[in-house]
Design a protein around this ligand. Structure first.
Ligand code: B3K
Ligand code: ZN
Length: 874
């Protein structure tokens, strides 16, 4: 395996501006014929060998300008076809014919078969599994694609762009030709052949063009496609209004497939989606599922501009399109439902997944400098931290200048493959601001810590914030440098009112909320006219992806939890308080949770009112920092202890408010499903109150009610809430309900996934249960959704069982990774990430984990998995 370095970037020696592709699908073999218009780059000397990427291709014919190549004119070596005898003319035509085997493609990259339909996944380097090509994002080509297949079995034939011809052929076959008028990199190529039903609608763009919208799925899933269609139309409108981006083709298609490595893929005009990100229906899908469909549909749609019209020069720039597009989909989702809840959820993902990644052996900069397998870099860092960098730029510039900047970016670079520098430069040029210090955020890994201390001077009436920053140094990376950290803040008087903010040297106060940039090793901000010591509300809306180290008193945090007018910071204050209490016991050796009585009293005072005004915030406040999050805050991890202490705090809250939680659950009831922020808020609260009610002193009435609510649930959110409660609290009728659930939804693959997941995440049951489920007739490693629903859920979302002291959890997952790696390296490598904390485990577990990892290292593994393993062990 070869390491690729950003510093070695060179433009391609030969380009392919035009492609004519013919894909003939037959049982057992697919023939791909390509006519490639080649162009030698001006800087490439005449006679330079032509190198094309190709993997798992059987070469059948090769010709240049109509003349078949002699066997000694080329070599096929590894992942390359090298043609030695290249014409002198700058332009020539290369004809290739290859055979491929989609039926046995379990890696789900390139062309593969999913439940009887052919589909593709080409990002990042899958196109080379379809035909020989310059398979890199800086080669932009015009594509014409003809597909032929049996007409009865594959009546629907799709590719990018517009369908220009279709017709019948001999032997019951038919064909369709698609032309994409926009030049694109090969990673955005897609084709589909299958027996699919279609939901059709249309959208009129702001300039009055009518765009046909088609959503393809299996016939019986069609009724579950309406939410995705509504989400698509909302996204198209939103991108026009918020970013001035109009859709550019006459047709936009989404195809839902069951076997997919990721969520979805933004192929030009022909998005291919994991069914889990398309299908949604109240009977089968929870609120979380509905929200995921909405945000992924938006994300892929938004890529049409941030990714497709303007793309990446090379894969090191992946965050150019992903960070920006995640930021855009987060903004969109915030506009659809509740903005502060959206921010809480996004930050929870960031703090749980990305901070963990940045603190462990898989840490890398948002723009990596090197990789072996680029598939390993579709990470929380590239996506979520990348989005946070764009958010900081947005915060610093403000909406108007940010929009000027994105307009300039899209305009200036339309049709190009560009770099992160180009993006930041466009924002800088449009706003007249020097944003170059922000580039450092792309270059170094690690989560910065922002240390804040405060001092109030009653005589001078000043309030001083002293701000220091530190970034952990990481082996293998250069010494970290200072970063610009936007700190959005407010100061509250003890009566709960925000104070006007005036810094020394300013003639007047500038509002009650400000963004100040911390960009020095240490600096001071002195506010004047501050008569009494205020309560600082720092890092509002999480204005930077940093760890805030401010020794707030408990009473300050409780105050902010109750009075802050920034909903996000109310949540963050509660999280900080809970975290501190739990760590005092886990790490600090305290015998019991410090300050518990005051916290319980405060919650008792706060919750009844908050449930009336903002039930979702109430629910979020009670979702304690996760076990994995806490594990990242301690030196040596004892997963059992973390679990026990966290459960202890939950039980304390549950017992203190036992009657309240029970009443909340028993007095509420569920009716027909509405997708609105109010309805979701009510359901989320209902679920949380049920969980706490069962942890308190549940009455028989409550226990009966849960079973009853499971049975007569009007929608999946209610049914799943009840089922999870029964299973995770080991209720007597859990087994009966699980069996009922399986029978009821046996035909709904995504629901069966959740049936596996609810068992995999049960903290009371462990390895044996999961192992038993791997032998269930419905389980398979070849479908990534199903595999993840059991194994990834167990390894990542059931820490106390995965980390069982005898190492059985490690052995099970290790064994499955080995099996999976032979089928699908990409998802196997990702599953291995569950071991990212192994070096910080207490010695006993650490030794057991090491044994499993070393066992894997002794096997022949894919590049994907061996790169990840190397970093874990290294
Ligand atoms: N761009 C795709 C990523 C597919 C990569 C597969 N390894 C999904 C997305 O972020 O929109
Ligand atoms: Zn994306």
């Amino acid at each position: 395996p070869r390491t690729v370095f950003l510093k070695d970037y060179q433009a391609p020696a030969y380009g392919i501006p035009r492609v004519r592709l013919q894909v003939d699908i037959h049982d057992g073999v697919t023939r791909v014929t390509a006519g490639l218009n080649m162009r030698r780059a001006e800087s490439t000397p005449v006679g330079t060998p032509l190198k094309l990427h190709g993997v798992n291709l059987t070469l059948k014919a090769l010709a240049i300008d109509g003349a078949e190549l002699e066997a000694d004119a080329y070599t096929v070596a590894g992942e390359e076809l090298v043609i030695h005898a290249v014409p002198e003319a700058a332009d020539f035509v290369l004809h290739t014919e290859v055979e491929i085997d989609p039926e046995h493609n379990t890696a789900l990259e390139g062309l593969y078969l999913s439940k009887g339909m052919y589909c593709t996944q080409c990002e990042p380097e899958g196109f080379r599994k379809i035909t020989y090509f310059v398979d890199r994002p800086d080669n932009m080509a015009l594509f014409t694609t003809t597909i032929s297949a049996d007409k009865k079995r594959y009546p629907v034939l799709l590719a990018n762009g517009n369908c220009t011809t279709r017709g019948d052929a001999a032997n019951g076959r038919h064909f369709a030709t698609w032309e994409d008028p926009f030049p694109k990199p090969s990673y955005l190529f897609a084709l589909v052949a299958g027996n699919l039903a279609c939901l059709e609608d249309h959208f009129v763009t702001r300039s009055g063009r009518k765009v046909t919208l088609k959503l393809f799925a299996e016939q019986h899933d069609l009724r579950q496609c309406h939410h995705a269609m509504e989400s698509l139309k909302a996204s198209m409108r939103w991108d026009e209004e918020r970013y001035g981006r109009e859709y550019d083709l006459d047709i936009f298609m989404i195809v839902a497939v069951s076997h997919f490595n990721m969520g979805a893929m933004e192929n030009k005009g022909l998005n291919i989606f994991n069914t889990s990100c398309v299908l949604a229906h109240p009977e089968t899908t929870t609120d979380l599922g509905f929200q995921r469909v909405e945000s992924v549909v938006a994300h892929e749609y938004f890529h049409n501009w941030s990714g497709n019209r303007v793309t990446c020069r090379d894969w090191f720039q992946l965050s150019l399109k992903e960070g920006f597009t995640v930021f855009r989909d987060q903004q969109f989702s915030a506009d659809q439902l509740s903005a502060s809840v959206q921010r809480i959820e996004d930050v929870a993902v960031l703090r749980n997944a990305q901070f963990a990644e940045d603190a462990g052996p898989l840490a890398h900069p948002v723009r990596p400098e090197s990789f072996i397998e680029i598939n390993n870099f579709y990470t929380a860092t590239v996506y979520e931290k990348g989005a946070e960098i764009v958010r900081m730029l947005h915060t610093v510039l403000g909406e108007a200048d940010f929009r000027k900047g994105t307009d300039l970016y899209f305009d200036r670079h339309d049709g190009q493959g560009v770099t992160v520098e180009d993006f930041v430069q466009a924002l800088a040029d449009a706003s007249g601001r020097d944003l170059s210090p922000f580039m450092q955020w792309y270059r170094q890994p690690g989560t910065p810590v922002l240390h804040v201390s405060t001092a109030h001077d009653a005589v001078a009436q000043t309030y001083t914030l002293t701000v220091r920053q530190s970034v952990p140094a990481k082996t293998g990376f250069p010494e970290p440098k200072l970063l610009p950290i936007p700190v959005k803040l407010a100061l509250f008087a003890r009566d709960g009112q925000p104070l006007p903010l005036q810094l020394t040297g300013e003639s007047a106060a500038v509002g009650v909320e400000r963004v100040l940039i911390a960009d020095q090793a240490e600096q001071r901000w002195v506010f004047t006219g501050v008569t009494e010591a205020p309560v600082p509300s720092l890092l509002r809306d999480f204005s930077a992806p940093v760890i805030l180290d401010y020794a707030a008193g408990d009473e300050e945090l409780l105050f902010l939890m109750r009075h802050d007018n920034n909903g996000f910071n109310r949540w963050l204050s509660a999280q900080t308080l809970f975290e501190r209490m739990m760590l005092a016991v886990i790490e600090g050796g305290a015998a019991e949770l410090p300050g518990l009585a005051a916290v319980l009293e405060s919650l008792a005072g706060l919750l009844p009112g908050l449930v009336e005004t903002d039930p979702e915030l109430a629910a979020k406040l009670l979702q304690l920092p996760t076990e994995n999050y806490l594990a990242d805050k301690v030196g040596v991890i004892d997963p059992q202890r973390i679990h026990d202490v966290r459960l202890g705090l939950q039980k304390a809250i549950a017992k203190h408010l036992s009657a309240f939680f029970q009443n909340q659950y028993l007095n509420g009831h569920e009716s027909s499903y509405q997708y609105s922020s109010e309805a979701i808020a009510a359901r989320t609260w209902r679920d949380v109150s049920l969980h706490y009610a069962l942890l308190g002193t549940p009455s028989f009435t409550l226990r009966d009610a849960v079973g009853e609510n499971y049975r007569k649930a009007p929608h999946m959110t209610e049914r799943m809430s009840a089922l999870r409660a029964l299973v995770h609290h080991d209720a007597p009728h859990a087994a009966v309900c699980l069996a009922d659930f399986f029978g009821r939804f046996a035909k709904e693959a995504l629901v069966i996934d959740s049936w596996f997941a609810v068992q995999a995440t049960n903290p009371l049951r462990g390895v044996e249960e999961v192992r038993r489920l791997t032998a269930h007739s419905a389980f398979t490693l070849t479908n990534p959704n199903r595999m993840r629903s059991l194994l990834a859920q167990f390894a990542n979302a059931n820490p106390v069982q995965f980390h069982r002291a005898d190492g059985a959890g490690y052995r099970l997952i290790g064994e499955k990774i080995a099996e999976l790696d032979a089928l699908n390296p990409q998802v196997a490598s990702r599953l291995l990430g569950a071991f990212s904390r192994w070096k910080r485990l207490e010695p006993g577990r650490q030794a057991l984990a090491r044994e499993v990892l070393q066992g894997l290292a002794g096997r022949a593994l894919s590049n994907d998995t061996s790169e990840t393993l190397g970093r874990l062990l290294g």
